[in-house]
Design a binder for this molecule. Sequence first.
Ligand code: ARG
Length: 467
Amino acid sequence: MADDTTDTKSSNQMWGGRFASGPDAIMEEINASIGFDKKLFAQDIRGSIAHATMLAHQGIISTDDKDKIVHGLNTILSEIESGNFEFSRQLEDIHMNIEARLATLIGPAAGRLHTARSRNDQVALDFRLWVKEELQKTEQMLTGLIAAFLDRAEEHAESVMPGFTHLQTAQPVTFGHHCMAYVEMFGRDRARVRHAIEHLDESPIGAAALAGTGYPIDRHMTAKALGFREPTRNSIDTVSDRDFAIEFLSIAAIAGMHLSRLAEEIVIWSTPQFGFVRLSDAFSTGSSIMPQKKNPDAAELVRAKTGRINGSLVALLTIMKGLPLAYSKDMQEDKEQVFDAAESLELAIAAMTGMVRDMTVNTARMKAAAGSGYSTATDLADWLVREAGLPFRNAHHVTGRAVALAESKGCDLSELPLSDLQAIHSDITDKVYDVLTVEASVASRKSFGGTAPSEVRRQIAFWRARN
Ligand code: ARG
């Protein structure tokens, strides 16, 4: 958990007055968050610099003290960045660690930094800043994944593969079309990320413990300095709200679900039985005992990471659900969930982007599979509707008989002789063979959003302009 330290000062001593003794060892262990919230050091320092600058601007502290504070905080920033900072578990969390070090560096002026604020608005600020940056990173990574799919879709706008429902061969589609389905999914994820950034773009600092403050602070000034659109409007909500973290986790859970479905397809496609794709050596592993094996471990781990992300979402929802307003210490448990999910999501997006870019697509295997399983049966039925004027339900029935016959002969629909087809329905002519190939089937599906190469190219152009 938290680090050991040589610093013997505890936060109880920092509180002074009411506390005659330090905490029990177990109290310290359950209470300390420095082991994980030290990740927030840069946000904490940025927030403190903005706060101190505002305090001086408003005449609440002197410019001289502000200068000392800002200088000291910048020194601490470089100490932490260069690994020369000793984190202390007795000081509980990142906020107290930095404040205590500031006191050592600059003396009594350090004590003025915490004027008109509380750790409650401080932690809400630090965590929001962190989540905002993470969302921005996620947005960029999703854009990279979408770009990878757009390239593969363009390359394979005409490559025919079987489309599935119930994982049974349904109708031929193009691999480009299938890739574009993922572009839609990750495009929605990215839109959710953008909305979440808008939602959280309000500055918490200045809400203080929960009620605001009597000091003449300027919350619009700190909001602007920290890159937020505006300050939050209700101080009670501000310190008790973790929606921004829960939104991040729910977006991560949905994106994780999409990544997991893709991972599952890659696992299936790369089996020798399917053989649709071959993963690059860079994204697969061997077996310690079976020399022939090439395992899709990265895809399997992406599938598994989804479980962790879902766990984090459920954990934070559960942590928050019974809390009365405003702040409760339960909320300290928010960070590990978000940090862990963020790490998993980043890894999963990066791994899938690499896999999609690197995998070799076996178009011959895909095409052969596309033609099996009577995948053009619907095209025969549609032909009967169009050319022979049958109602679709009757055409469906006639086609079913043709499929049964082909099955009993062990051949494909296009291999049935015309005499056999005419015995089933006398209006069938040899023109029907034109629609029974997979290419013809795919090319005919020109409805908006359909699988025809021309439509797939339209979809690609739409997303290229957006990406
Ligand atoms: N470490 C705490 C957290 O992460 C900081 C806020 C503490 N506030 C308090 N009133 N004890 O939530």
